[in-house]
Write a protein of this length. Sequence first.
Length: 207
Amino acid sequence: MSSQPTPSTKTLLLIRALQGLTPLLTSFTTGLSLSLSVILVPRLLESPSPLMLRQWMATFDQGKKLIPSLCGVSALGYFTLSVWHFRFNSLQGYGSGFGGPRLGKIYLLAGLLTLGIVPYTRLVMWGTNLELMKKGREMNGASFGVASSKGKGKGKGKEVEEGESIAITEEQERGAKYLVDHWGLLNLGRAALVGAAAVLGLGAGYL
């Protein structure tokens, strides 16, 4: 039987760093995603719908780049740890955290959960995202008030010209706020996926 290769000290230190930093990054991403639903959305719902939608769209534009990037880096760390543990079944003298296919499976699952926000967003949240972006375009330039009859329906189904001011109906106001509230609820699912990956990553470091 061929002997198992022994990794260098530098490699072992790198793996130890990944075991600590990757769950830390995933936990940070979980908190960031969770704050959108728990902190941001309730504050958005206090604003008039035109302002609320502009703020939501600005947040969405930033979040769609930042959160997937953080999840991608976390997943890369978990997959690296998974390959490591599948390769080294056991390393005497380096603690139970070094080596073992069981830990390889845990890190693999953590990586898959972290990347799970992509299909979740596409399959569960994308319709709501499109509706909110459509609402935002329709209310672009709307006045901060609710119309009863004056201007009712103006701008509905089309973008408002730049500089044009419209009033929104009560139905549009309720619909916009429902969509933002619903988006906040759906976003909890993304936070749960990343949070589960963080728990697995932290737990694996103690096995």
